[in-house]
Design a protein around this ligand. Sequence first.
Ligand code: SF4
Ligand code: FE
Length: 488
Amino acid sequence: MPDPMTPITNGQEYIESLRNRGLVVYLFGQRVAEPVDHPIIRPSINAVAETYDLAAADPDLATAVSPYTGTRVNRFLHVATSANDLVMQNRMQRRLGQLTGTCFQRCVGMDAFNALHSVTHEIDARHGTPYHRRLIEFLTQVQRMNLVVGGAMTDVKGDRSRAPHEQADPDMYLRIVRRSDAGVWVTGAKAHQTGCLNSHWLVVMPTIRLGPKDRDYAIVGAIPVDAPGLTYVYGRQSCDTRSAEPDDLDQGNARFAGQEALIMFDDVFIPAERIFMDGEVEFAAMLVERFTCYHRRSYVCKTGVGDVLIGAAAAIAEANGIATASHVRDKLVEMTYLNETVFGTGMAASQLATPTASGAVLPDDMLANVCKHHVTSVPYVLGRLAQDLAGGLVVTLPSARDFAHPEVGPKLRKYLQGNPAVSTEDRVRLLRLIENMTMGRNAVGYLTESMHGAGSPQAQRIQIERGADLDHKKSLARKLAGIERGKE
Ligand code: SF4
Ligand code: FE
C-alpha cells in the first residue's frame, strides 16, 4: 500500500504505489513475484496510470471539487451531483479510450461509489444504520490519498437457475461465513474483475436480487487488495505472450492493455467501519440496478477506443493506397456514425439525470441500457469494417523476427510496401494495431468486454422491456386509431 501520508499525484507515483504488496497472484500456473514488473501485467497498469496523468494534464476534464475534502480530486473518485458531472465522466472516459486504446479499469469503482451514495442513504433512512456516514468517511480517505478503488460485483454464480442460498455449494456467491463485533469474514469468488490487481481497495457488492433466505449474501464492504485470504488468478488473453517479445512490432499496442482476474476470497475480514450493507436483502436489487445504470453508460469508453480503430482503418487505407476510393470513405462514415450513436445514447443518459434522496444524481435508465446494448454489437461492426479495410495481410503478416532477419527482412520490406509515401514498417504497425484491437489482446476490451461487461446483452433487453411502458404506447396508438375516443 502507498505511504498513508502521501497522496498519489501522477501516473509514475501510482505505479510505484503498487509495488511490494505481496499479493497472491497466479498467472500460467505460477505465483507472480511482482505484478508491476511482469511483462503481461504491466501494460494494464500503464492504462490505469493514464487516469492519473490525464488528471494532471487536464484537471477540468479529469478532476472535480469534492464536497468532502474541499479540494480537486480525481473524477473517478467523485460522486456526481449534477447532470454535468455525469456528462464530464463520459467525456473523460472517451478521452481515456482514445489515449489507451483499451480498458483503463477505473470506472467500476466510480460507478460503485455513485450507486452506493444513494443506496446507503436509503438503507439508513429505513433501518437507522450508519452506512452512509461510513461510506463518506471511506470516500474522503481515498479521495485524500487519490487511490484506485475497484468494484467487485460479479459472483461466479454456480447453477444460474438457483438463488444463492439454494446452491449445492454455498460459496458460489460471496457470503458472510462468520462475524464478531469487530466485523465480518467473507468467502466466495468474484469473476471477471477488471483492474482488481491494479487497485488499492476493492468494494464487494452483491450481484443479484436477494430474498430473505439470502441474508448472508447481502454484504457490501471495502477490503484492501492485499488483505489476507485473497488469491488472484490472472485471466489469459489472446496474444498476451507477445508482451514478452523483445521487439514491440508484433504487439500492435505495446503500452496498454486491460486486466481481468478471478478473485478468490477465503475467510477475508471486513471491519465494521468498512461495511456499507449487511443483511438488508431488499436493497440488493436497487444497488445492482443503480450500479448498472451508471455503468452501462460508462461504456461510452468504447467510443474513445472506436476513435482509435477508425483512425487505424483510415490510416491503413492510406497505406494501402485506397484512401480516396468512395467505398472506403463510405465505410469510414459508417464506422463514425455508429461510434457516435453509442456516444449519443450514453451522453443523453447522463444529461437526463434525476436526483436521488442523497443528492447524487442517477442517469436515465432506459438510455443507459440502450447505450450498453449498442456497445454489445457496434464494436463488432467497426472491427469487421476495420479488417475489411486492412486487407488479408492483417492475419498473414510475418513476425518481427522475420523483418529483422538479414536475408529475408529486406525482401519483406520490398514486397510488403504499399503506398510509397508510407514505410513498410508503419504499414505493419497499423495492421498489428488493428489485429490487437479486433482479435488480439485489446479485442478483450473492445469486443468481448463490450459484449459481457456491465451485463450481457440479455440483461439490457430485460431492462429495456421493463422500461418500455407498452400500455402507454398502446394507448397512444388506440387513440389515433379511433379505438379510445375522448380518452387522454
Ligand atoms: Fe471503464 Fe470501459 Fe473499462 Fe468498464 S470497460 S472499466 S467502463 S474503460
Ligand atoms: Fe468492464
